[in-house]
Structure formats: C-alpha cells, structure tokens
Design a protein around this ligand. Structure first.
Ligand code: SF4
Length: 410
C-alpha cells in the first residue's frame, strides 16, 4: 500500500467512524422523539375522554385547560419526531457513503486497530511520510526533547527535499525560565525555518488569577487551554495559506518520549489527532523521538552541537515553567534556589498569587513552605552554583562536555 493510499484509508476509516456515531445518535433521537409523541398522544386521549364524560364542564374548567396543554404538547412532539427523522435520514445517507468502510471495519475496535496498524507502518518511513505531507509543524518548548525532535525532523525533511514544508511554533506562557522564547527562535533560525511565537492572553499567571485555582495533574488547563487550544487556529491559517483544493496532510511534531512516564510510554509514534482533523486537513501527531532514552537525547545534543537551555546545567532535568504544577517538592525547592542564584522574582510573585487566591500550589504543599525550605538549604550549604556544560558532564562525562562547549564557541 502506498503512503498516499494509507493516508486516504486512515481518513476514510475516520469518516466511517464519525458516520456510524452520527447514525447511532440520530437513531436514539428518533426513539426519544417517538416516546415523547406517544406520551403526549396518551395525555390528549385522556383529556378528550375526560371532557367528553363531563359534558357539562364550562370553558374554564381545569379539564379544558389541560386538554389545550395536551394538544400543544402533542404538536411539539410531532415537530420533534419530524426533525429527528430528517436527522436520521441525513445520517443514513452519510453512513451509506461510507458503507464499504463500515462493512470492512464494522466496530470501533476494528477501526482503531486498522488505523493503528496503518499509522505504525507510516512511522517506519519518515522520509516518505514527509514527502506525502503538505505541512510539518514542530511544536517546541525549546527544551532538550523538542530540540532533538526538531533536529531529527529537519534532517528527515532535508533528506526528503522538503525543508520548505517545516515551520516551528512556540507557546510562551510567561512563566518559563528567562530566555526560553528567544532560544526557541534561535533553534529554528539555525535551520532557516519560519518561527511563530504564540502568547496566549494572560499567560499562566493570568489563567490562575482568573480561575482562582492552580491547575493540577487532573485538570492540566495550562497545557490544554494555553498550549493546545491555540494550535488549532494556527493550523487553520497555515493550511489556508497552502491554497489546496484537497485535504491537506499535516504532521504535528512533538518531543514526547516514552521513557518519560508510563502514560507517555503508551503513546504511539504516529497518531491521528481527531480534535484538529477535519474535511480539509488530516492532522497526525508525530512523536518522532518516542523511542529515545534521555542518554540518547543528550548524545544527539552533544554530537550535533545543539544549543540547550542553561537551566539544565543547574540539575533541573526539565525546561518547564519556573514552577511546574506537576513537579515534586524537591524539584520545586531546587527551582527556588536557582531563582535565588539568578535573582529572579518568581518565588515572590508566585507565592503572592498563592496567598491572594488562597489555594495552595499543590495539594498539601504551599510555595511559602517551598521557599522556606530553599532558604534553609541555602543557609546550610550556601547558594547553588553551576557551570555551562554541567548537564552534559552529568550525562556523558567531562570530555563530551568540553568538546560540546568548544563546538558551541566555534
Ligand atoms: S510546565 Fe508544568 S505548569 Fe507549565 S504548562 Fe507545563 S504542565 Fe503546566
């Protein structure tokens, strides 16, 4: 099966799934409307019989007003039945259009399985996949994983002769470590690819202030509302700029690695993004470095002289918001000590917000307690220090770090 055929099949299966769902929902609506109609009809019969039995009842009797209400209910129910039946007809016509796919993949399980198999095959041929794509978006946090994901995507795009399809997007929440957006831009400029900086209204702190609550692992609004939601309109604009008269194939590259967590291990290398896919674009999330270990990532950075953010040299292993709601207390204490060393105002700003909204940063952990613990450790051990290249020294040894620093200087 050719790449284009596989992509087309994935979309047909997606549409078949949607058609089956719409048809089922319409069937439910028809059944519900018929039930409502029968109930209204029964009421009408009841009041008709009542009025008939009490012939002498005057016009203002309760029986007559109940009859009028029943007539009205029946009319409403008839209207609902007509609407639901029209909806069912439309859904049936759509399902009919996808009948071959529905016959072949009749259940949701089969459709999901077939899509997974096809996507897995596509992920094995990155260069062909890039050739088939119309647009390749790299969503970068400018952290180490995004950096390597970008490098590998660019290498594959160059091999395919398709570097012109690649664009980079970075979402600035205003709560990251200093220099993050600038670094994201430099990382894109290194390859000469267009860069877009997205700054959601209010950023991270604005969102917390509005909600009077910090996000948490269950309600990660910082990633869903602030990072994921702005992606849709950007894709819409970029796809429109392509001016295609057919469905565009969009690859959305992310620096997600399976080794990072159990939930990330379950993610596929290539997955259909049903939220942003539509009739005019098929969007695939491409976790291009899903199989790499942390060591692999640092090796790629060292071997290719890629510029990583100095925050990794402090011992913090993720380039996140200065205070990340998913981080544990040790991480938060270290982040606070780094803020002290860099004379950043984040500890006071975040702690003041915590007091204002009267909601602790993490369940059972206040930033006041974190800051106090960081102060105590600084008093005991002195301020923390680090040197450029310490992240590489930790992961690959001093020789690799020295070589990297020499490359970077060049
Ligand atoms: S780094 Fe943490 S706090 Fe910041 S957006 Fe991501 S999950 Fe939310």
């Amino acid at each position: 099966m050719s790449i284009n055929h596989a992509l087309r099949t994935i979309d047909v299966i997606r549409c078949a799934g949607k058609a089956a769902h719409t048809y089922r929902t319409a069937q439910h609506a028809v059944r519900a409307a018929h039930d409502e109609h029968s109930a209204a009809q029964a009421q009408l019969h009841h009041w008709n019989a009542h009025i008939h039995a009490t012939r002498g009842a005057d016009r203002a009797s309760p029986g007559r007003s109940a009859l009028r209400a029943a007539i009205h209910d029946r009319q409403e129910a008839e209207h609902k039945v007509r609407k639901a039946e029209a909806r069912l007809q439309r859904a049936a016509a759509t399902a009919q259009a996808f009948r071959p796919a529905l016959n072949r993949y009749p259940t949701e399980r089969l459709r999901r399985r077939a899509t997974t198999v096809l996507l897995d095959r596509l992920a094995d041929h990155p260069v062909d996949l890039i050739r088939a794509a119309d647009l390749i978006i790299i969503q970068t946090s400018s952290g180490k994983d995004s950096l390597v994901a970008m490098h590998r995507t660019v290498a594959a795009a160059k091999a395919a002769g398709c570097l012109h399809k690649v664009r980079v997007m970075h979402c600035d929440l205003g709560s990251e470590w200093p220099g993050v957006p600038q670094l994201a831009r430099r990382q894109a400029e290194r390859y000469g690819i267009p860069f877009l900086l997205v700054t959601p209204d209010g950023g991270f702190l604005g969102m917390v202030e509005n909600r009077q609550m910090w996000p948490d692992a269950q309600r990660r609004l910082c990633t869903s509302t602030l990072k994921r939601d702005p992606t849709g309109p950007v894709i819409t604009t970029w796809v429109a700029e392509l001016g295609l008269d057919r469905q565009a194939i969009v690859l959305n590259v992310m620096g997600v690695r399976g080794a990072e967590s159990a939930s990330r291990a379950l993610k596929a290398r290539l997955a259909l993004d049903p939220r942003t896919t539509s009739a005019n674009r098929l969007v695939l999330t491409w976790n291009i470095i899903h199989e790499l270990s942390e060591q692999d990532v640092w090796k790629d950075i060292a071997d290719n002289g890629l510029e990583y953010h100095p925050i990794y040299d402090t011992g913090l292993e993720r380039l996140s918001c200065v205070y990340c709601v998913l981080a544990g207390p040790d991480w938060l204490i270290l982040a606070t000590r780094v803020c002290f060393a860099l004379e950043l105002s984040h500890p006071e700003t975040f702690a003041a917000l915590e007091r204002r909204i009267n909601h602790s940063f993490k369940q059972g952990v206040t930033l006041n307690a974190i800051i106090a613990a960081a102060r105590m450790l600084d008093a005991l051990d002195g301020p923390i220090t680090w040197r450029r290249g310490d992240a590489l020294r930790r992961h690959l040894g001093p020789a690799a770090a020295d070589q990297y620093l020499a490359t970077l200087t060049c």
